[in-house]
Design a protein around this ligand. Structure first.
Ligand code: ZN
Ligand code: ZN
Ligand code: ZN
Length: 280
């Protein structure tokens, strides 16, 4: 389908209208709340009042869950389209704000020692999302500080930090900035005609934006290179690949990180930072 967002919306709208107004075709196929949940609703003839109390409660519950059902489906059908909104789903509310209308402020940072086995505590940030649209009420989202760099890059809105808040990012997170800056300097990779960009298989949130091309040898920078050719199609976004790269490093020897070689997460061919190309 050309536009998965539109196709999904059309199909879902038809489904929701049929579920609420139940046309004869749906009734004939047995697709009514009464029929599908007949075992739980009990026999109408034996317990008339109980049956209808349960039926009306269940119907209200199902109908009120339709927007949440829609949101989950849209995340699967068109993950990229969802990036233009910020969502917060709680038990009774779905908060949404258009990213281009938002101001995001880090208002709090809390450290949690989730388990004694973990060497460092987990840091949870509270972010206040405020929209210039008066119809959108401000809301808070919580974020693990390990995901903060990634979030900041993907967000299309300014992000501020309250003066009293200190964000303790890990070395790996700080390394991602360096990794990104270095890859930006590398040669770019042009996608062959007709090849579609797929979502990153690491996060499923953004398009895969990197391709590994053995460039370090051709550039004559290292004749004894151990890097190997990788024939994988673009499968990872820059941040997921950067995280993978950082996760394979010796945490005690920071000076070796940039010059080290790590296996491709998919085919295990070794690559270095010079071999990472942005796809365009
Ligand atoms: Zn990714
Ligand atoms: Zn590979
Ligand atoms: Zn290399």
């Amino acid at each position: 389908m050309e536009n998965p967002e539109l196709s999904f919306t059309l199909v879902y709208t038809v489904f929701a209208v049929c579920l609420i107004f139940t046309p004869n075709e749906f009734r004939a196929a047995g697709l009514t709340v009464q029929n599908v949940f007949s075992a739980w609703l009990g026999n109408e003839d034996i317990g008339f009042i109980e049956h209808h109390l349960r039926r009306t409660s269940l119907t209200i519950l199902i109908h009120s869950a339709l927007p949440l059902g829609y949101y989950v489906g849209m995340c699967v059908a068109a993950p990229e389209k969802n990036l233009i909104y910020i969502y917060q789903v709680t038990t009774y509310h779905i908060y949404t704000a258009l990213q281009s209308d938002c101001h995001v402020t880090v208002t709090e940072s809390r450290q949690h020692q989730l388990s004694p086995d973990l060497t460092s505590p987990i840091e949870i940030l509270t972010l206040r999302v405020e929209s210039i649209n008066p119809a959108v009420r401000p809301f808070n989202i919580s974020l693990n500080s390990a995901d903060y760099t990634d979030f900041r890059v993907k967000l299309r809105a300014p992000i501020r930090t309250s003066p009293n808040v200190v964000i303790h990012q890990t070395i790996s997170e700080l390394f991602l900035e360096t990794f990104r800056a270095q890859v930006e300097l590398n040669q770019r990779y042009k996608l062959p005609n007709g090849q579609e960009v797929e979502p990153c298989i690491g996060c499923m949130q953004v398009p895969a934006s990197t391709k590994l091309v053995r460039l370090c040898q051709t550039a004559g920078m290292d004749n004894e290179s151990e890097c190997q050719p990788c024939f994988c199609r673009p499968m990872w976004c820059l941040f997921c690949l950067g995280r993978w790269f950082a996760s394979r490093q010796d945490q005690q020897r920071l000076e070796t990180w940039l010059s080290s070689k790590v296996p491709c997460p998919t085919c295990r061919a070794k690559f270095c930072i010079l071999d990472v190309c942005m796809v365009h």
